[in-house]
Design a protein around this ligand. Sequence first.
Ligand code: MRU
Length: 342
Amino acid sequence: MQPHIQFKPESNELHLLDQRLLPRTEEWFVCRNMDDIIFALKEMVIRGAPAIGVTAAYGCCIAAGNADPSSSHWVTDLDRQLTELAQARPTAVNLQWAVNLMRETWNVRPDIQLGELHRMWIAQAEELHRQDDKINREMGRHGAALLQNGDTVMTHCNAGALATGAYGTALGVIRAAVESGKRIHVLANETRPFLQGARLTAYELAQDEIPVTVCCDNAVGLLMAKGMVQAVVVGADRVAANGDAANKIGTYTVAVLAKRHNIPFYVAVPFSTIDFATASGEDIPIEERTPLEVTHIQDRQITPDEVPVLNFAFDVTPAELITALITEKGVIKPGELRNFKS
Ligand code: MRU
């Protein structure tokens, strides 16, 4: 897949492949200021925890590049923009993680000139982007060993290249298994209401010629009961210190069904998604999104007027349902997280 997050230092712009329009239309959304970045995050032009982190890092660069060094309040203005950026979406911890990293380099040199801060942040954001790719490939290498030749692997939402800087977390594990010569078939749950599975997972796997079949979210039980699934691999938006994992709404249901059918359930996450400051899943903030995502399919309303709608975007899978976390440091049991520190 071509890089879907492209920073242009010469024009201080971030070009994002617009994920609202995929797979039918490949169009680039150009961010020229912090409002564009926050819009892109909130409206899910770009989404997926690590991709949100990479975008946020470039957002800081854009804000610094647009700031006016002759203004007496560029420092407070920039600081306020970073605070707003960190609040664009609540569940994926990579957003706050990336903004904090950028802030830390600024905090070390509070008297830095704006131009130098801009250059320093560009180098830092580009490095963060490169590292994301590298980490995903390491996770892929560790996770590939868990999949057997001929397996059908179920995934939920999109935890692929489009959800990261490149390569993917859950789909990175599948890519690495395929690259090592294993035959893997992917079942992509469609993932109502934004359809990340039907649209995005299917799109990027088809591009890589990895066999993929889309299934309705509510077919998961039947498919598992029929013996059609050998493993589940998903990503996560935030893993708490006790190993509970928040991921796209519906993941918890898949995990319960996997347990019922003795199917291993893996969560592929970089350490940037593990939030050691959050004790358990109960403390993870769950984003609620506009009812329009549920009441409408594209422009067509499918529910009666004035009937209320619930649109929680994430749920939490308790650690006890997770067979293992696949990380860049290796495959670990959720309970073993206590041996690591942030
Ligand atoms: O609302 P989204 O599309 O940002 O949610 C994305 C997910 O839930 C992904 O599974 C998660 O971020 C892991 S991405 C590697």
